[in-house]
Design a protein around this ligand. Structure first.
Ligand code: FAD
Length: 386
C-alpha cells in the first residue's frame, strides 16, 4: 500500500493518522481538511470556549508523523473503481480512502441570522454575542442548547428555549428521565410543545403566530452527516455512510468512521450513527487495522459500548449504552442532586446507564454493559419508574 488518503480534518481523521503510523504504515499519508485550522476538539466549543478559552487544538505532531496535511482542501467527489478522490485542489489517486468528514448542523427556515455551533469560528462568533442583558432564543432543547444556555446565563443574558417535545431530552432519554432533568432549566424561559416557523430579522416566529423577539438566535436541532459529496459515487449512503463492524463501506478500499458513519453494531443488532467524541476516537484503531490487514488476517471490530457526556447547568451528565423504548427504567439515588438511571432489557440485562456527577458509576456501568451483566437484584436505593 503506497498511498492512504483521509478525507476530513477532525478528531477521527487525526486519530486515524496516529493509528496508521503506530501500526507501522510507512507509505504516503494525505489528510484533507475543509477548515483552515489544524484539527481541534469540538466538545469544548460549547463549554470552555464560550466561557473564554480560545485554543482547543489537538496536540498531534503531523510533521513527526509525516502526514501531508492539506488544510482548506475539501473532497468533492469519488470514483471508487478508478480509486480517485476529487478535491478542490485537483484529483488524488489512493490505495485506501478513509472518510472522516463528520457532520454539519441542521438549520431552520428564515432569513434572520441564526447561530449554530460546529466550528471554532462559530463558537467565537457566538461568544462575542453573549453579553449581559441580551435576549437569547435557543431553537431546540438539545445537548448543545443546554450547554449554550448554561454559558449564556453565566454571561447575564436572558434565555428562552423553544422545543417541540414535551420536555428537553424526551426523545433521547424518555419522558420520566426528562422530567427529572427539567428543574435544571429553571432559569430558562422554556416553551415546550411549540414549533418554529422561521427565523426572522428580529427573532423567532412560531407556528400559530407568536413572535419571540431576540438579539441572538441559536439553532440546536441536531446534525446531518457530511456525505453529500459521495452521492452518485456508488458508496452506499443512508443517513450516513454505511459501514460494517470493520468500518468498511460498500466499496472496496473505502472506509469510514466518526460522525459521518452509520455503523453496523453486532452488539446491539442495530445500525448506529453515534455522534460522540469517544466513538470517533476509538474507531480510529479499528479503521487503521482494517486498512492495513493482509488478505488472510482477521479484521478488527469496532463495537464498543457508546458513551457521551455533557456539562450543563453545573452538572456532568454521563450516558453509556443504548436503550430502547421497551426497556425498564430504574432511578438510583436518594437525593435529587446526585442520581443515576439504569435501563434493563426484558432479560434483565443492563442496556444503558445515566449518571449525574458520578463518574465512578459510569465506569462500573460501562463494564457491566460490556460484560452483558444481569444485576443481582435491584439496588436498595432504586425506584422502578417504568
Ligand atoms: P468532525 O469533528 O466534525 O470533523 C470532521 C472534519 O472534516 C471537519 O473539520 C470538517 O470541516 C471536515 N470536512 C467536512 N467535509 C469535508 C470534505 N468534503 N473534505 C474534507 N474535509 C471535510 N461529543 C461528546 O461525546 N460529548 C460532548 O460533550 C460533545 N460536545 C460537543 C460540542 C459541540 C459544539 C460539537 C460540535 C460536538 C460535540 N460532541 C460531543 C461531538 C464530537 O465532537 C464529535 O462526535 C466528534 O467531533 C466527531 O469527530 P469527527 O472527526 O467524526 O467529525
Amino acid at each position: 500500500m503506497d498511498r492512504i488518503v483521509i478525507a476530513g480534518g477532525g478528531l477521527a481523521a487525526t486519530r486515524t493518522c496516529e493509528q496508521l503510523r503506530s501500526k507501522g504504515y510507512a507509505g504516503e499519508l494525505i489528510m484533507l481538511g475543509s477548515e483552515r485550522y489544524a484539527p481541534y476538539d469540538r466538545p469544548p466549543l460549547t463549554k470552555a470556549v464560550l466561557a473564554g478559552e480560545h485554543d482547543t487544538t489537538l496536540r498531534t505532531d503531523f510533521d513527526a508523523l509525516s502526514v501531508d496535511v492539506r488544510l482548506g482542501t475539501s473532497a468533492t467527489g469519488l470514483d471508487p473503481q478508478a480509486r480517485i478522490v476529487q478535491t478542490t485542489g485537483g484529483e488524488l489517486a489512493y490505495d485506501a480512502l478513509v472518510i472522516a468528514t463528520g457532520a454539519f448542523p441542521a438549520r431552520l427556515p428564515g432569513s434572520g441570522r441564526q447561530f449554530t455551533v460546529r466550528t471554532c469560528e462559530d463558537a467565537a462568533a457566538l461568544r462575542a454575542e453573549l453579553r449581559p442583558g441580551r435576549r437569547v432564543v435557543l431553537a431546540g432543547a438539545s445537548w448543545i442548547s443546554a450547554e449554550i444556555a448554561t454559558a449564556a446565563l453565566k454571561q447575564g443574558c436572558s434565555v428562552t428555549c423553544v422545543e417541540q417535545g414535551r420536555a428537553p431530552f424526551e426523545l433521547a432519554l424518555g419522558s420520566e428521565i426528562a422530567e427529572l432533568l427539567r428543574p435544571w432549566w429553571s432559569e430558562v424561559d422554556l416553551r415546550l410543545g411549540v414549533e418554529v416557523e422561521e427565523i426572522t430579522e428580529h427573532g423567532v416566529h412560531l407556528l400559530g403566530g407568536e413572535h419571540l423577539d431576540a438579539d441572538v438566535v441559536v439553532t440546536g436541532i441536531g446534525v446531518r452527516p457530511e456525505s453529500s459529496w459521495l452521492e452518485g459515487s456508488g458508496v452506499a449512503l443512508e443517513r450516513g455512510v454505511l459501514v460494517d463492524e470493520h468500518l468498511r463501506t460498500s466499496q472496496p478500499g473505502v472506509h469510514a468512521l466518526g460522525d459521518v458513519a452509520a455503523r453496523w453494531s453486532p452488539r446491539w443488532n442495530a445500525r448506529l450513527r453515534v455522534e460522540h467524541w469517544d466513538d470517533a476516537r476509538a474507531a480510529a484503531e479499528t479503521v487503521a487495522g482494517t486498512v492495513l490487514a493482509g488478505p488472510s488476517e482477521e479484521l478488527p471490530v469496532h463495537d464498543p459500548v457508546p458513551y457521551f457526556w455533557s456539562d450543563q447547568f453545573g452538572h456532568k451528565l454521563q450516558y453509556v449504552g443504548h436503550h430502547t423504548p421497551t426497556d425498564t427504567v430504574l432511578v438510583r439515588g436518594d437525593d435529587t442532586e446526585k442520581w443515576a438511571a439504569a435501563w434493563l432489557d426484558t432479560d434483565g440485562k443492563l442496556t444503558a446507564h445515566l449518571s449525574i456527577d458520578q463518574p465512578r458509576r459510569m465506569i462500573e456501568a460501562r463494564k457491566a454493559i460490556d460484560a452483558g451483566t444481569v444485576p443481582d437484584g435491584i439496588p436498595i436505593d432504586s425506584t422502578i419508574i417504568r
